[in-house]
Write a protein that binds this ligand. Structure first.
Ligand code: FAD
Ligand code: NDP
Length: 592
C-alpha cells in the first residue's frame, strides 16, 4: 500500500504545487499562466482523487485557512489563490519566487514624498492590497519656514496661491461694488495677518485630513527624510526623523520628492530673500516687494500682492512666461502694468543687502540691465521665483544606479515612469520632461499603481494638459501656443480665430474695457482642427477645464461653430468667434 500523502509531504517534494479542481475556471487560469511561463508544476485535481482528494482538501484548509481552489505553493511557501498569483505575476514577484531570488521586504512599495503624486499613488497601491509606506519630510526653508503633510500644492503652492488670488479679486470686486448699489466705506483696509491666519488654519485641516486618509487606507506614514544608503543594496532605505534613524526595505520604490525653489547665486539672496515657500505663511505684510522671475510663480505672486494694494516690481531676465503663447504673455504683462505692477525688464539681480532690520525690514537690491547698466532700489521684501530644483541631491539615487538628467537633477524614465532601475519609478515634479502640475502628478501616480498592482495597461497621457496662470486676469490654455503651432505646421497651414470680449460683470464699472481675449489656433489642412485654445479673462481656469476635452477629442473649428453658447457667460465667446487673423479684419469685440 503506497504511503499516505499529506499537503506537507507534497509541497516538500515539489517546487511548485497547484491544488486544483478540474472544473474550476480560476484553477484553469493559473494553470494556463504556469504553462505560458513554462513552469513545471505538480497539479492535484482534488475532485478526481476520491477520498484522498477530500482528505487533502481538509488538510489544506487546516494549514492555510483557505477553503477555495486553486491553492498554490512555491518552494514550500503558501501563495494563495488565483488573484494573488496573477497579482504576483503582474508586479514581477512571481518570477523571483520561481527563479529562487525571492526576498522578503518590509514593504511592497515605499513612496519617497507625500505630495500630490506620492499620496495618490500610495493610496491606490494600498487599495490594491499592497503593503505601502510613504516617507515625507519637509526640510525648512533658509528662513526656517516648514509645513505639514501634503507636499507643495497644499502647503506652499496651488491652494494658498489660489486663496491669496481670491483675496485680491475680492479687493477688485469691492472697487466695483458701488456700481451695483453697495455702499462701501472709503479706505477699506486689508489685514494680511488675518488672511494668512485663515489660510494656514485651513491648510492645517488639510494636513490632518491627509494623515487620516493614509491611516484609513492602511498606508504607513513615516515622517522622515528618506535616502538610499547602500549602493550594494538598492532595496534598502535609510529614514531619518527628528528623533531617530533606521532602515527599511521595499520591493519597489516610487520617487515623488518634488522640487524646491532655487535662489540666484548672489550675495544676500538666501540671507535676506524669501520664496514661494515663505510668502504664504509670512506673519507680517511684505510691504514694498521686488519679485525676481518672469514665469508662473513670479506673475501670480506679483498679481495677488498688487491686488492687495502693495507696491510691486517684477524683475524679468528675458521674456514673460517662456514656453507660453507670447501674444497672451504680453497681454498679461500689459494688464498687470496697467494695474500698477512695475516691470524691470531684461535685468538680473546682483546683490541683496539689509539696510534696516524689521518685519519687514528694508533691503537694498542691486541689479544689472542687459546693456550692463547697474540699477538699484530699496524694497521691504525680495521674493525669488527663478525656478525650482528637483529634490534628488543627497538621496543616493545616482549611487544605486538611477540615471538623472545632469542639467536639472530630475529622474529620467520611460513612458511607464520606470527609471533605469527596474524597481524604481518616478512621478510628478521630479520626473524629467513632464509638466510640473498637481493633476499631472496625481494622474501619473494612480495610473502607475494600477499598472503595477491592478493589471492595468493604461499609461498617463501627457498631451493636451490644460493649465491656468492665476494672474489678476486669469490666463487659461490647452494645446499649442500660436508660436509653436506656426513652428510645427508652417505659417501657411495655421489659422487663428480671435475676439476681444467684455465680461458682463465688468460692464457697469467699465473695468478692463474689452481687454479680455480669446483665440483658437487651427490647422487648416486638418479641417481646421483646433490645436491651441487660449483665454484671458475672469475664471479662465473654469472655462479652460471644460473646453480642454475638445482638444482631446480632436474638435475642429466647425464643431465650435455648431456648439450653442451659454448666455451670458465669457465661455460663449468660443461659440461665436468668426474673425480670423489672416483676414486682417478689425478685431471683433463681443459683449455678453
Ligand atoms: P510635491 O508636492 O512637491 O511633494 C514632494 C514631497 O516630498 C514634499 O512634501 C517634500 O517635502 C517631500 N520630500 C522631498 N524630499 C524628500 C525625502 N528625501 N524624503 C522624504 N520626503 C521628501 N500646480 C497646479 O496644478 N496648479 C496650480 O495652481 C499650481 N500652483 C503652484 C503655485 C506654486 C507657488 C508652486 C510652487 C507650485 C504650484 N503648482 C501648481 C505646482 C504643484 O504644486 C506641483 O506640480 C505639485 O505639488 C507636484 O507634486 P509632487 O507630488 O511631484 O511633489
Ligand atoms: P519657471 O522655471 O517656469 O520660470 C523661472 C523664471 O525665472 C523664468 O522667468 C526665468 O527666466 C527666471 N530666472 C531663472 N533664473 C534666473 C536668474 N538667475 N535671475 C533672474 N531670473 C531667472 O519657474 P516657476 O518657479 O515660475 O514655476 C515652476 C513650475 O511650477 C511651473 O513650470 C509650473 O509647472 C508650476 N506652477 C504652476 C502654476 C499653475 O498651475 N498656475 C503656478 C505656479 C507654478 P528665463 O525665461 O529668462 O529663463
Amino acid at each position: 500500500m503506497p504511503p499516505i500523502r499529506t499537503v506537507d509531504s507534497i509541497i516538500a517534494e515539489n517546487k511548485v504545487v497547484v491544488f486544483s479542481k478540474s472544473f474550476c475556471p480560476f484553477c484553469k487560469k493559473v494553470k494556463a499562466l504556469f504553462d505560458e511561463l513554462k513552469v513545471i508544476y505538480e497539479c492535484l485535481e482534488l475532485d478526481l482523487m476520491g477520498d484522498e482528494g477530500h482528505i487533502l482538501h481538509q488538510d489544506l484548509i487546516k494549514k492555510t485557512g483557505q477553503t477555495s481552489v486553486p491553492n498554490i505553493f512555491i518552494n514550500g511557501k503558501h501563495i494563495g489563490g488565483c488573484d494573488k498569483t496573477l497579482a504576483l505575476h503582474a508586479d514581477g514577484t512571481l518570477q523571483t519566487m520561481l527563479d529562487g531570488t525571492y526576498r522578503e521586504y518590509d514593504y511592497d512599495l515605499v513612496v519617497l514624498g507625500g505630495g500630490s503624486g506620492g499620496l495618490a499613488a500610495s493610496k491606490e497601491a494600498a487599495s490594491l492590497g499592497k503593503k505601502v509606506a510613504v516617507c515625507d519630510f519637509v526640510t525648512p526653508s533658509p528662513i526656517g519656514t516648514t509645513w505639514g503633510l501634503g507636499g507643495t500644492c497644499v502647503n506652499v503652492g496651488c491652494i494658498p496661491k489660489k486663496l491669496m488670488h481670491t483675496a485680491s479679486l475680492i479687493g477688485e470686486t469691492l472697487k466695483d461694488a458701488p456700481c451695483f448699489g453697495w455702499e462701501v466705506p472709503e479706505n477699506v483696509k486689508h489685514d494680511w495677518a488675518r488672511m494668512v491666519d485663515e489660510i494656514q488654519t485651513y491648510i492645517k485641516s488639510l494636513n490632518f485630513g491627509y494623515r487620516k486618509t493614509l491611516r484609513e487606507n492602511s498606508v504607513t506614514y513615516i515622517n522622515a527624510y528618506a535616502q538610499f544608503c547602500d549602493p550594494s543594496d538598492p532595496h534598502k532605505l535609510k529614514v531619518t526623523s527628528k528623533s531617530k534613524s533606521y532602515e527599511i526595505t521595499a520591493r519597489k520604490f516610487l520617487i515623488a520628492v518634488g522640487g524646491r525653489p532655487k535662489y540666484p547665486d548672489i550675495p544676500g539672496a538666501k540671507e535676506f530673500g524669501i520664496t514661494s515657500d515663505d510668502i504664504f505663511s509670512l506673519p507680517y505684510c511684505p510691504g514694498k516687494t521686488l519679485i525676481v522671475g518672469g514665469s508662473y510663480i513670479a506673475l501670480e505672486c506679483a498679481g495677488f500682492l498688487a491686488g492687495l494694494g502693495l507696491d510691486v516690481t517684477v524683475m524679468v531676465r528675458s521674456i514673460l512666461l517662456r514656453g507660453f503663447d507670447q501674444q497672451m504673455a504680453k497681454m498679461i504683462g500689459d494688464h498687470m502694468n496697467k494695474h500698477g505692477v512695475k516691470f524691470l525688464s531684461e535685468c538680473v539681480p546682483t546683490s541683496v543687502e539689509r539696510i534696516e532690520e524689521g518685519t519687514p525690514g528694508l533691503l537694498r537690491v542691486s541689479g544689472k540691465l542687459k546693456d550692463g547698466e547697474v540699477v538699484s532700489g530699496n524694497y521691504n521684501t525680495v521674493l525669488f521665483a527663478v525656478g525650482r530644483e528637483a529634490c534628488t541631491k543627497n538621496i543616493g539615487l545616482a549611487e544605486i544606479g538611477v540615471i538623472l538628467n545632469t542639467d536639472n537633477g530630475k529622474v529620467i524614465c520611460d513612458d511607464e515612469e520606470k527609471s533605469s532601475l527596474d524597481h524604481v519609478y518616478a512621478i510628478g515634479d521630479v520626473l524629467d520632461g513632464r509638466l510640473e502640475l498637481t493633476p499631472v502628478a496625481v494622474e501619473a501616480g494612480r495610473n502607475l499603481a494600477q499598472r503595477l498592482y491592478g493589471g492595468s495597461t493604461v499609461r498617463t497621457d501627457y498631451s493636451n494638459v490644460p493649465t491656468t496662470v492665476f494672474t489678476p486676469l486669469e490666463y487659461g490654455c490647452v494645446g499649442m501656443s500660436e508660436d509653436a503651432a506656426v513652428a510645427l505646421y508652417g505659417v501657411d497651414d495655421i489659422e487663428v480665430y480671435h475676439a476681444h470680449f467684455q465680461p458682463l460683470e465688468f460692464e457697469l464699472s467699465k473695468r478692463d474695457n474689452f481687454i479680455s481675449y480669446a483665440k483658437l489656433v487651427c490647422v487648416k489642412s486638418e479641417m481646421e482642427r483646433v490645436v491651441g485654445f487660449h483665454v484671458l479673462g475672469p475664471n479662465a481656469g473654469e472655462i479652460t477645464q471644460g473646453y480642454a476635452l475638445t482638444l482631446k477629442l480632436k474638435a475642429t473649428k466647425s464643431d465650435f461653430n455648431r456648439l450653442i453658447g451659454i448666455h451670458p457667460t465669457c465661455a460663449e465667446v468660443f461659440t461665436t468667434m468668426n474673425i480670423s487673423k489672416s483676414s486682417g479684419a478689425a478685431l471683433q469685440k463681443t459683449a455678453c
